[in-house]
Design a protein around this ligand. Structure first.
Ligand code: UT7
Length: 324
């Protein structure tokens, strides 16, 4: 018998404020046309003043609990993937725990930037597989608007805020790839690539939050190559080929990267979930947001095989193969 983490519910929260590309034209040398054609982004949501990562995470968690028909007492572990916590400590996950009224269990944050949700999902599977957890609330939540340099046109037009949540619960199965749940995970990082995507501030260095810095072209080059490789690794470890995949649910950073990865895998765009046009790059929140949107509009069906993949600062990248 194999114990797998199986999806029991999904939900999301986007801040109310929507900012269209054109809004950047008045203060920066940029255009809707450039942003759309280079990234696929058309609009993004930005958190209101005083609206924090934990607020978005908590709302997404409540939506996922409602979708699963579960109560906070049913959850024993909360993992929040984020690079934009409300405070240096405590963890956003403990704020969500308190917000849900949980008096038991534990919560912690996971920081692998845009790949954070993939890392959190793999950890949820490991905790459930080992028997340390039974029901895990996995959240990706970000307020990247707080770390953008509004004078840097090469970065500030690309990111957005939001949160998505999944509830995973233990299920005993035969270990067959036809069983629901997390089938395989692949995690990677290469700290030598720190300089192409990072934040230039932090607690022990500058005592400021800092601003996001990115050499977009370099990250792009790594992304197309590494995302296809990790997708192939995770498929091979499950003994499956790309043909078996019903939905590719990629990190939503750039439509050209998404198209390139799908093409390398031989997957038609009709089998790819794309939300980047409406959300921008929401870092660790992008995959659970995409899952929640595609679940709500009926695209994802129970038993579908999903390939999730992401890359971001670190560099850190990976993928998860999940039967919905
Ligand atoms: O989520 C974490 C992972 N992050 C990513 O996956 C992001 C990866 N990178 C990308 O998505 C793309 O590299 C970008 C969208 C960031 C940039 O697209 P690109 O096709 O690589 O453009 P580029 O950086 O080569 O810039 C092309 C030109 C440059 O001008 P010159 O040097 O050719 O004169 C830039 O200065 O576009 C210029 N440019 C802009 N022009 C108008 C850069 N940003 C802008 C802008 N508006 N906002």
């Amino acid at each position: 018998m194999t114990r797998r983490a199986v999806v029991a519910g999904v939900g999301h929260r986007l801040p109310e404020r929507v900012v269209e590309n054109a809004a950047f034209e008045s203060r920066l040398d940029t255009s809707d046309e450039w942003i759309r054609s280079r990234s696929g982004i058309e609009r993004r949501h930005f958190a209101a003043e005083g609206e924090c990562t934990s607020d978005l995470a908590l709302a997404a968690a409540r939506a996922a609990l409602a979708d699963a028909g579960l109560e906070p007492e049913d959850i024993d572990t909360v993992i929040v993937a984020t690079s934009t916590p409300d405070l240096t400590f405590p963890a956003v996950a403990t704020m969500v725990q308190a917000g849900l009224g949980m008096r038991h269990g534990y919560g912690f944050d996971m920081q692998a930037v845009c790949a954070g949700f993939i890392f959190a999902l793999a950890n949820a599977q490991a905790l459930i597989g080992s028997g340390l957890a039974r029901r895990v609330l996995v959240i990706g939540a970000e307020t990247f608007s707080r770390i953008l340099d509004w004078d840097d046109r090469t970065t500030c037009v690309l990111f957005g805020d939001g949160a998505g949540a999944l509830i995973l619960e233990a299920a005993e199965g035969t270990g067959a790839v036809s069983d629901r749940g997390v089938l395989a995970c692949d995690l990677n990082s290469d700290g030598r690539q720190h300089g192409i995507l990072y934040v230039d501030g932090g607690v022990s260095s500058t005592q400021t939050a800092g601003h996001l810095r990115m050499q977009g072209k370099e990250v792009f080059r790594h992304a197309v190559e590494k995302l296809a490789a990790t997708a192939e690794t995770v498929l091979a470890s499950a003994g499956l080929g790309p043909d078996a995949v019903d939905w590719l649910v990629p990190h939503q950073a750039n439509l050209r990267i998404i198209r390139g990865t799908a093409a390398k895998l031989g997957l038609p765009m009709q089998r790819v979930v794309v939300t980047v046009q409406d959300h921008g790059n929401t870092s660790a929140a992008s995959i659970p947001l995409a899952l929640s949107v595609a679940h709500a509009d009926g695209r994802l069906r129970r038993g579908d095989l999903l390939l999730l993949e992401a890359i971001g600062g670190g560099l850190a990248w990976g993928s998860v193969l999940l039967r919905w």
